[in-house]
Design a protein around this ligand. Structure first.
Ligand SMILES: [Fe+2]
Length: 163
């Protein structure tokens, strides 16, 4: 049985949010994949892999939800994508430098954007479930990445002191 939202042709107020998540998460899945392919630190790679699967699944789930609602994902121009993929697959840059570039050590700050999404009281039940699970998973990824970043900073500090 189709849910009420999919039979409603009116454009949901939160469609732009769903689109931004679908596009952003798929993008992160791509650059994380490039990074994982060259990452030699098993602990860092494990964290990146966990986060990459989540990002990829988020990208697909939000695209799927947009489709269920009767709309299509809109891709925007992304002039920085090639540069970011290049940077992610670089063997010159350290994992810590890559984390700095992508802001992965302080994702918590960026994610505070999501604190207000449920102020939109028109969000349908299925989308609300998806968003709630997504936000909780993003904060969990933020904790994993912040711990990983902290460890990389400690290792760098030890290397500097012992040098
Ligand atoms: Fe994400």
């Amino acid at each position: 049985m189709p849910d009420t939202a999919s039979t409603n042709s009116a454009k949901p107020s939160y469609l732009g949010l769903l689109n931004a998540i679908a596009v952003g998460e798929a993008r992160a899945h791509r650059y994380l994949g490039e990074w994982i392919a060259v990452c030699t630190d098993p602990e860092v790679r494990a964290v990146l892999q966990t986060v990459a699967w989540r990002e990829g699944e988020h990208g697909m789930s939000f695209a799927k939800r947009i489709d269920e609602l009767g709309f299509s994902v809109r891709r925007r121009d992304d002039p920085d994508l090639e540069r970011d993929l290049e940077l992610a697959r670089s063997t010159e840059l350290s994992d810590r430098e890559k984390m700095d570039h992508f802001g992965l050590g302080r994702l918590n700050e960026t994610l505070s954007f999501f604190d207000d999404i449920f102020k939109d009281h028109t969000i349908d039940i299925r989308t609300g479930e998806l968003l709630g699970r997504y936000v909780a998973e993003e904060f969990d990824s933020a904790r994993l990445l912040a711990a990983c970043y902290g460890r990389l900073c400690e290792t760098a500090a030890e290397t500097t002191t012992s040098a």
